[in-house]
Design a protein around this ligand. Structure first.
Ligand code: NAD
Length: 300
């Protein structure tokens, strides 16, 4: 329904707008708002938010969803949990550029052009300034460079066809920060910066880019932060109300249907974003208090 409403709104804008949109651009907008009939690829899909995205895309009528993860057995389990659904499972390490290119080529050969690529795989490790370079490097490769590899593999076909949608996942930590994880905060800021750059650089060639910035979602990643207690983990990182992966995925697809660039699973956190932009020093003082509280909580 949200897609139909967006159609109607776009159509209205086109009729009353002072400058008529070119016909091709109108067509692309109509194609983008709804996963129905689309070929989608989701990375990091073995569980968590990626698994939720696969289920939501199937529910909304995607033609085919390629569910990939470093954990190949995990995506096969997900496929088996959705009997009859158009889900293809395959192992992919998103830090492997050649494997990323090969997956795009195989998907386009066997299924059809990739309409939307969800660069969802991510890692958080807990880190500070003394954390070894190997950990910083791993976060950089999974959280940022993998998005570059996806863009390199997809952009030639998308710019030729004049359509395609890259949806990367950063985090609220990419706008605000994540207490206790310096590398995650830095790499997720980089992921958002990359998505912004891609979005405006390729907008004129029919390519759409969106960036998901989730707050706390009840996944293995969140639970790893505080001994398996998602509420405590969210309190430590300042992630807000804990929502389920399926709820997060539904919110993401609703926001994509509205053709948004920046997708927050926790829209109530917008006020922190505005507060940080307006008064960064006050925000740092607030975060220092949150971090002191978090350390006390983790010591309990
Ligand atoms: N859960 C949250 O609260 C939260 C908040 C903000 C952002 N995020 C982001 O959402 C995305 C999904 O995270 P999640 O919470 O579902 O975590 P998760 O740990 O449940 O899922 C992440 C998946 O990525 C996969 N992965 C890791 N390295 C990979 C690699 N090199 N190649 C392919 N797959 C790889 C893992 O196997 C795992 O299945 C991540 O980008 C994460 O940073 C999560």
């Amino acid at each position: 329904m949200a897609g139909a409403e967006a159609h109607a709104r776009n159509a209205r804008t086109d009729r009353v707008g002072a400058v008529a949109r070119p016909a091709r651009e109108q067509l692309n907008i109509l194609r983008r708002v709804n996963p129905e009939g689309k070929v989608a690829v989701v990375t990091g899909a073995a569980g968590g938010i990626g698994g939720g995205l696969v289920r939501a895309l199937v529910d909304r009528g995607a033609r085919s969803v390629v569910a990939t993860d470093l954990d190949g057995a995990g995506v096969e389990r997900l496929r088996d949990e959705l009997p009859g659904a158009p889900v293809v499972a395959c192992a992919l390490d998103v830090t492997d550029q050649d494997a990323t290119r090969a997956l795009v080529e195989e998907t386009e050969r066997e299924i059809g052009p990739v309409d939307v690529w969800f660069a969802n795989a991510g890692v958080s490790t807990g880190s500070d300034a003394d954390t070894p370079d190997e950990i910083w490097d791993r976060q950089w490769r999974v959280n940022v460079l993998a998005h570059v590899y996806a863009a390199r593999a997809l952009l030639p076909g998308w710019t030729d066809r004049g359509e395609g949608h890259l949806v990367t996942t950063a985090s609220m930590a990419g706008i605000l920060s994540a207490a206790g994880d310096a590398a995650y905060s830095a790499t997720k800021h980089a992921a958002l910066g990359l998505a912004e750059w891609l979005a405006f650089s390729y907008a004129g060639r029919g390519v759409r880019v969106s960036c998901i910035c989730p707050g706390a979602v009840d996944t293995a990643m969140l639970r790893a932060g505080a001994g398996g207690d998602p509420e405590k983990a969210s309190a430590v990182i300042g992630g807000g109300e804990v929502i389920s992966p399926d709820e997060a995925a539904e919110r993401v697809l609703d926001e994509l249907a509205e053709d948004r660039f920046l997708i927050l699973t926790h829209p109530q956190m917008r006020e922190f974003v505005v507060g940080k932009a307006q008064e960064p020093e006050r925000w740092i003082r607030g975060m220092a208090k949150l971090w002191a509280r978090a350390q006390a909580m983790l010591a309990q």
